[in-house]
Ligand binder design. Sequence first.
Ligand code: NAP
Length: 354
Amino acid sequence: MSPTSYKQVVYAERPEPTIIPNKTFNVKTASLPTSLKPNEILVRAHYLSLDAAMRSWLTAKRSYVAPVEIGDVMRGSTIGQIHAVGTAIDTNKFKKGDWVVSMSGWAEYAVLTEKLVERLDVPEGCSPLDFMSVLGITGLTAYFGLEEIGHVKPGETVVVSGAAGATGSMAGQIAKIKGGRVIGIAGGKEKCDFLVSELGFDAAVDYKSPTWRQQLRELTPKYIDVYFDNVGGEILDACLARAARDSRFVMCGGISQYNTATPKGPTNILNVISQRITIKGFIVFDFAKKYNAGRKDLAKWLVEGKLKRKEHIVKGGIEQAPAALVDLYAGGNTGKMLVEIAPMSDALPGSSKL
Ligand SMILES: NC(=O)c1ccc[n+]([C@@H]2O[C@H](COP(=O)([O-])OP(=O)(O)OC[C@H]3O[C@@H](n4cnc5c(N)ncnc54)[C@H](OP(=O)(O)O)[C@@H]3O)[C@@H](O)[C@H]2O)c1
C-alpha cells in the first residue's frame, strides 16, 4: 500500500557558525498528494548527496545560488525513482519506475516539475549510483577544474587538498591520468595510505601531523605546478609558498573556512605576483553545456579502471542527514558521502536495480 505521509528535513535555525543537527534542522512529516497537477512528477528519493557547499547555502549572503530560507526543506540532490507522473508529462521522457537525479531536497518524496528532473542515461559498465559521484557534480567539478584551469602537463607536480574526499579523490586521479606527479593532502594516516595504495597517488601528506609543512616542502623540490584547492586556510597558504613560476591554482573550495565566523585569507598572497601564479575560482555549473563531453571521458576512465569510485554511505534514513553533514566537515568520510534514504530493496517491483 502507498504511504500517505513522508519525512522531510527543514532548515530551522541559522548556525552561528557551527551546525547543531537538532537545532539547525527539524524533521517534519508532510502529506503525500492524493493527485498530481498535469505537469508534475512524484519522485521517491533513495540516495541523498551530502556536499560541503551545503554550509554556504545556510548563510544569507551573496553567493552563486540563493540561500535556503528558514522553514524550507533543505536543498539537496538525490537519486530516486519516479512513482507517478501528471497527465501532461510525455511518458517517452519520464514514466513510473524510471531512475532520476533531481534536486528533490532532504525529503523522502518530492513533487517536481520536469525541469528539475534528469532521467539517468547510464553508460555501459557504469552504475546509476555513479551519478552521485564520478559521473555527477563531484566528478564533473574535478574534471572541469583541471581541464579548464589546471591544464596539467605530463611530469608536472600537482597538489590536491581535501584529497581523500569526494571531489579531491577524483581530482587527484584525473591529474594522474593527465600524467601529473600527484601529491594528496588529507587528514590522518589511514586516508593518506588509501590515496597512495588504492588510488595511485604518488605521495600523500597528513595535515594533522606536526611535520606536515616539512613533508610538503620535501615532496615538492621543484615546487607546485598545479594546486587543486578544496580547503583554503593554512594549507592554501603553505601551497602558495611552494608555488612554481607560472603555476595554476584551481580554486574549487575552502572547507576549512566554511564553519568560521570570519574566514581568513592567505598571507603568502604576494607570491602570486613574484611567481606569476594564475589563481582562478570556478563553479561547476559554469561548464553545464560541456557536461556530456566530460561525462563521456569520466565514464570511459571508470570502465577502464583508471578512475576508482569510493562511496561512504550513511544508513538509517533521511533523519540521519543533519548529523552526517556535521560529520562531513569533521572528515568522517573517505570518498563521496551519501545518505541512504530508502534501500534498493524498497524500489518499485520489476524496476531495474541501482
Ligand atoms: N567549485 C565548485 O563548483 C564545487 C563543486 C563541488 C564541491 N566543491 C568544493 O569541493 C570541496 C570538497 O567538497 P566535497 O563535497 O567533495 O566534500 P568532501 O571532500 O567529500 O568532504 C569534505 C572533506 O574536507 C576535509 N576537511 C574538513 N575540514 C577541513 C579542514 N579544516 N582542513 C582541511 N580539510 C578539511 C575532510 O577531510 P579530512 O579528513 O582530510 O580533513 C572532509 O572529508 C569543498 O570545498 C566544496 O565546496 C566546489
